[in-house]
Ligand binder design. Structure first.
Ligand code: FAD
Length: 389
């Protein structure tokens, strides 16, 4: 960082270069603001670069379906607005039931999602096998969505970095922020105790690290950390062409063009925001693989190539946190979105619209509802940043 950069003031500093923060920074720069995007690592190398890449309406919370449908389309159209492909492919999505209890669950979930506009309908086992010939014959019902798909998540960072630089965003990687101080009406962003940049506006986009980031400015917001395990197989002959899940959400399965199959479903490993993903849980790996082989029996022919862990964030009410922070002028937060990769390009656009002074096309998700009272006194969020200064 040069002296000139240190002393310059940007219109907005976005902290956290996952898909959420990167999207906000991109649209703010394209909207005419000078923007800095700061990450302790590389662009999109945490949840946004290691996720399962399922563009899913089946697994999205019903209330978020309209957002996920728009996000999914943006990923498909990425070459147009992002400038490069992230391997987004449209594919039919099937959610399966093997038991009467799962059948009930499937009906309820499909009804709730189709009421919110998702093109999801129940199909018979015979129809399901027409869509996906590789399915286990024991399927008793399935829900079909014509608008699912998948991306190759590790391509996300490269695509965003090119777009951000082309839009004139100052991208600061390997810059772990440790504090934020008020400076007049703006913010000083500190890395290693030294001011890295000064900004008129602040956007916190730290994924599972948002609890820590919000604490920098005196706000207490619990953020739950999920330690998701993923499994990729060796390349094998084509055995499936749809995105396959199960009614209870414990499976997400797809085969890429190169023949490898990605197996996920939210099975948990060991880790936390401080240490990252530490260790896989072997029982959960076995459970996940068994379920995958049960759904698509031909998977018995292949072997596991690699496993990894990634951290996913969730709020206390499992709904997103997107909008202006109460009591702190010009400070915003974005994150904790269920199936957040699918929705990220749209959610980020909405917050950018709001910061640019335009009316977002869809409502944001007020963070104020999630802020806990000050531990030592009354709930006072009038200006937490000044309290900690
Ligand atoms: C294993 C896994 C599988 C998933 N599968 C799917 C899926 O199939 N479909 C789907 O839709 N969603 C999926 N998700 C969810 C999705 O990946 C996330 O919701 C989304 O990527 C979150 O984006 P984000 O930008 O909020 O967070 P992140 O991508 O985690 O970005 C946060 C950024 O903040 C940075 N940061 C943290 N602390 C600091 C600091 N002190 N200073 C500077 N920078 C900092 C981090 O380095 C990171 O780059 C999955 C998640 C995981 C973990």
């Amino acid at each position: 960082m040069s002296e000139a950069q240190q002393s310059s003031t940007v219109d907005v500093a976005v902290i956290g270069a996952g898909a959420m923060g990167a999207t906000v920074a991109l649209h703010l720069a394209r909207g005419g603001m000078t923007a800095a995007l700061i990450d302790r690592g590389d662009v999109c190398r945490e949840a946004s670069g290691v996720n399962a890449g399922t563009l899913t309406l089946h697994m999205t919370r019903a209330a978020l379906i309209p957002y996920a449908m728009r996000g999914r389309q943006l990923w498909i159209d990425a070459p147009e607005w992002l400038g490069s492909d992230v391997g987004a492919r449209s594919a039919p999505g099937l959610s399966l039931a093997f038991t009467p209890a799962e059948h009930d669950m499937l009906e309820k979930r499909a009804a709730a999602r189709s009421a919110m506009g998702a093109p999801i309908r129940l199909v018979t086992p015979a129809e399901a096998r027409q869509i996906e010939p590789g399915l286990n014959a024991g399927v008793i019902a399935a829900a079909y969505c014509e608008l699912d798909g998948h991306v190759t998540a590790y391509l996300t960072g490269r695509a965003y970095r090119q777009a951000l630089l082309a839009a004139g965003v100052t991208v600061m990687e390997h810059s772990p922020v440790d504090a934020i101080h008020r400076h007049g009406a703006g913010f000083d962003i500190l890395v290693g105790g030294r001011r890295q940049i000064r900004a008129k506006r602040l956007v916190l986009a730290g994924g599972v690290w948002l609890e820590t980031m919000l604490a920098w400015i005196g706000l207490r917001v619990p953020v739950k950390c999920l330690v998701n395990q993923l499994i990729v197989t060796e390349r094998m002959r084509p055995v499936m062409r749809s995105v396959v899940g199960i009614a209870n959400g414990l499976l997400s399965l797809k085969q890429f063009e190169n023949g490898s199959v990605l197996i996920g479903g939210g099975w948990q490993g060991i880790g936390d925001p401080q240490r990252g993903g530490v260790e896989a849980n072997p029982d959960n790996l076995v459970g996940n693989v068994r379920l995958a082989r049960h759904a698509i029996p031909a998977l018995a022919e292949t072997r596991i190539l690699r496993i990894w862990l990634g951290l996913e964030s969730e709020t206390a009410d499992a709904m997103p946190m997107i909008g202006a922070l109460p009591g702190i002028d010009d400070a915003y937060v974005i994150g904790c979105v269920h199936s957040g990769y699918t929705s990220a390009p749209y959610m980020g656009l909405l917050l950018a619209e709001r910061i640019l002074g335009r009316e977002p096309e869809m409502p944001l998700f007020d963070p104020a509802r999630l802020i806990l009272p000050d531990p030592v006194g009354q709930p006072d969020i009038t200006n937490p940043l000044e309290k900690t200064a």
